[in-house]
Ligand binder design. Sequence first.
Ligand code: KG4
Ligand code: ZN
Length: 350
Amino acid sequence: MLLAIETSCDETSAAVISNGVVLSNIVSSQTRLHSEYGGVVPELATREHLRNLPPVIKAAFDAARTTPHALKAVAATQGPGLPNALMAGLKTAQCLAFALNVPFVGVHHHEAHLYSPWISGSPPRVDFESFQPNVSLIVSGGHTILAHVRGELDHVIMGATLDDAAGECFDKTAKLIGLPYPGGPEMDRLAAEGNPKAYDFPRPLLREPGHDFSFAGLKTSVRYFLERNPGILKNEQSLRDLCASVQAAIVDVLVAKTLKAARELPVRCVTASGGVTANRRLRQELQAACDRNGLKLRLAQPAHCTDNAAMIGTLAERKLQLGGANSVEPSLTDLDADALPNWQLAATAA
Ligand code: KG4
Ligand code: ZN
């Protein structure tokens, strides 16, 4: 049995995992606290994590009907993320591991997103038996990454965003439109009743070779569009049409680039994860594109799209189970290891 803790941004989460089964996954979101400021305030996030960690961890043990003494390991997100927010969860996990005399495992946040589509069912369990090599899209507030996942715990990075992440583009354009933070879910809601063809926005790098993304230009074109059409925000239907049109531009790029990568590789499977994967249009469009191309699609379940400790714990447990060359590096098991706020997701050895 393993306890995992996630505090990289504005969700305090703890999960108990046993043999791939998610016995509990408690997520305490700080979204409402930060929405007042239009974005995550790092100092507030750290204070909230410190306040929330004890009750969230206790709730994870209670929901799993277990106690700390049953633990065989403790894991935490080690990076990337907000430095002090990461430290709150990481140090809590290291202290617990020390007190219980069990191994500690530091986990890369994006690597955990990468394997989160394999968590499914009720109770949720990580289904690596049906694992297939895949092209994986990670789309969150901080990152947009395309990876070739050649095997379990074996991936290479194909492309990433050159500037803003897709979630950041949702959040920043939503702010321009006057929607509350985080803007992604709000845009998704308003876009459901809008016309995605009402306004034409650029699809950056859509036809360029390579697998990188760029979303800063799209955000800027929305800003210029609003300067030219100030009346648009006063009409409710125009506002919905605007949300649908911006969302369509972001989703078109994500879907086209993911499918292009999948067609270039010997894979029959596509996966997607991260907060933006909760977006309904992205889920529908990815499904339709995979169906057209005879590809299997595995989307992270909505509960595992946004930040959660279940994905940290299932990956940490798998690493401990598999051992060997791709297992946990010594620097990630030190009880005094520091957080790695700028940790890049690297390829596993060829
Ligand atoms: O993975 P996540 O919880 O945190 C990071 O690691 O960044 O992702 C949060 C991001 C935010 O930008 C949020 O606006 C976006 O995911 N998001 C969505 C939706 N739900 C969350 N974007 C579009 N549509 C949604 N339904
Ligand atoms: Zn995330």
